[in-house]
Write a protein that binds this ligand. Structure first.
Ligand code: SF4
Length: 484
């Protein structure tokens, strides 16, 4: 690596990196629709699309409704096999002409680039998020990062237009060090943004588990050396290719823990539906163990046991609620119960974001709240930790309650209200905990759909401005500090 991006590991890092095994993995991936169009997909997988489905997709190929231009198609054999008995799973990865009927949506949902102090890194909240890679083993049609995975040009706040770049170790760790140096010199808070130490970083993408063990290890060790106290890795690989969580990967984690025992590690997994990991019989019912609990696919069971049996690793599931995939209270209940039994926390469920073509995927906000609420009936207290979150520009916002009855004496609430509550707020979280109450709109799938019925907006969800130029200059100032 040349010039300013060259990163030199410390002796401790190098000693750890020298122990990492880098096996090759055969995910048996089908890339794109071309193998289906040209009858070149393996015989059993070829039937994943019917002749009618393929002909409808061919008709719009190369037009503005081309589904692959919006989001590349990708599938692993493991996921294909799991999807044989599950319409929900098919919908996760199968392209459909319906998804480009309405291409309204945001090219940069949440204006994420407003919070990118260095390329490939977001520093919106108290933690940092890295775009470590721009693909996954398979691709979900509803992906929130379709602009990164499709490599679309994004307009930034300063008017420049460019694809979202990937994070590089040197500039990211320089930024972490510079930010933390300024915070430490100022008594624990950044003098401009009010933020505390950057102590937690999420490796994201795309899916970092498509990277070789050595690359993942390089990121983890470099972040640990830069003073990061806790590392998260966001992945759907447990669903797409669970064999990736093999002895070589687990040994890398163990050696990382031995070299950096004070650094926490959390795996943020992504299951939308229990069909992604549970086995079904010929009658379509889930198979059970002797005690009545539900039986996992052996590869996924082994992968999960590998990580949760290491007490220093936390595993949490989070997933959006998507039309035709998991807008099903029973499926959500089964999933929360089955995950918690093996030691996986239920973190967030998300309302769909305003990505391009979001109308094809999003469940109405009030319906999503009702589904999650319904799914949690019959769960124990520890199984019901998940909250429903919708991501506003200001930060992650909980859909906290939906009422059926009016608020006495308050006009406009005749059909009940919905209460949003800010859970996570950009910069030094000035609005955390504040609420916004709107009159119900059962059709609403995004914040805009409540614009004409705001009753009380302490949270300022309907009166906000994007971070100003000054905030961007803070990032630039840090880059200067790095160079100084
Ligand atoms: S695994 Fe995550 S990042 Fe990858 S395509 Fe699916 S939603 Fe997008």
């Amino acid at each position: 690596m040349a010039g300013e991006d060259r990163y030199d590991p410390t002796e401790r890092e190098q000693a750890f990196l020298d122990t990492i095994e880098n096996p090759k993995y055969d995910r048996d991936i089908i890339n794109g629709l071309k193998p289906f169009f040209e009858d070149k997909a393996p015989a059993d997988i070829a039937a994943f699309y019917t002749a009618n489905e393929l002909s409808a997709l061919v008709t719009i190929r190369g037009t503005e409704r081309d589904v692959e231009a919006r989001m590349p198609v990708k599938l692993t054999r493991h996921f294909f096999e799991m999807a044989q008995n599950s319409e929900a799973l098919k919908r996760i990865v199968k392209a459909s002409p319906d998804e480009t009927l309405n291409l309204a949506g945001s090219e940069d949902p949440g204006y994420q680039m407003d919070f990118a102090p260095v390329e490939g890194m977001l520093h919106k909240y108290e933690m940092g998020l890295l775009y470590a890679v721009s693909t996954c083993s398979a691709h979900c049609r509803f992906c929130y990062r379709e602009e990164l995975i499709s490599q679309k040009d994004i307009e930034r706040q300063d008017g420049t237009v460019a694809k979202k770049g990937l994070a590089k170790i040197k500039p990211v760790t320089d930024y972490v060090r510079a930010h933390n140096r300024i915070v430490a010199a100022n008594g624990g808070r950044h003098p401009e943004t009010g933020r505390e130490k950057l102590r937690e970083v999420l490796l994201s993408g795309g899916d970092p588990m498509v990277l070789p063990n050595r690359k993942i290890g390089q990121w983890m060790a470099a972040l640990a050396e830069a003073g990061v106290e806790s590392i998260r890795l966001g992945t759907k690989e447990m669903s797409f290719y669970p064999k990736r969580f093999d002895d070589a990967f687990l040994a890398m984690l163990d050696r990382f823990h031995a070299a950096y025992p004070d650094v926490g590690f959390r795996l943020m997994i992504h299951f939308n539906h229990p069909d992604e990991f549970l086995l079904k019989g010929a009658d379509g019912e889930y198979l059970t163990n002797a005690n009545g609990s539900l039986k996992w696919h052996e590869d996924t069971r082994r992968a999960m046991e590998g990580v949760v049996s290491r007490g220093w690793i936390n595993v949490e599931n989070q997933a959006p609620i998507i039309k035709g995939i998991n807008d099903d209270a029973d499926a959500l209940r089964v999933m929360q119960r089955a995950l918690y039994r093996v030691g996986v926390g239920n973190h967030y469920f998300f309302c769909g974001r305003d990505i391009v073509a979001y109308r094809a995927f999003n469940v109405p906000i009030e319906r999503a709240w009702q589904l999650l609420n319904e799914s949690q009936k019959g769960l124990s207290g520890v199984e019901t930790h998940a909250r429903l979150s919708i991501t506003h520009y200001k930060g992650k916002t909980e859909v906290a309650a939906v009422t059926n009855k009016p608020i006495p004496g308050v006009p406009g609430t005749e059909n009940g209200v919905l209460i949003f509550k800010i859970l996570r707020n950009a910069l030094d979280a000035p609005d955390r905990g504040k609420v916004c109450i709107v009159a119900r709109n059962p059709e609403a799938i995004w914040f805009d759909d409540y614009e004409d019925r705001v009753i009380f907006d302490e949270a300022g969800l309907y009166e906000y401005t994007r971070v100003d130029k000054k905030r961007i200059e803070v990032g630039e100032a840090l880059n200067v500090a790095v160079g100084s």
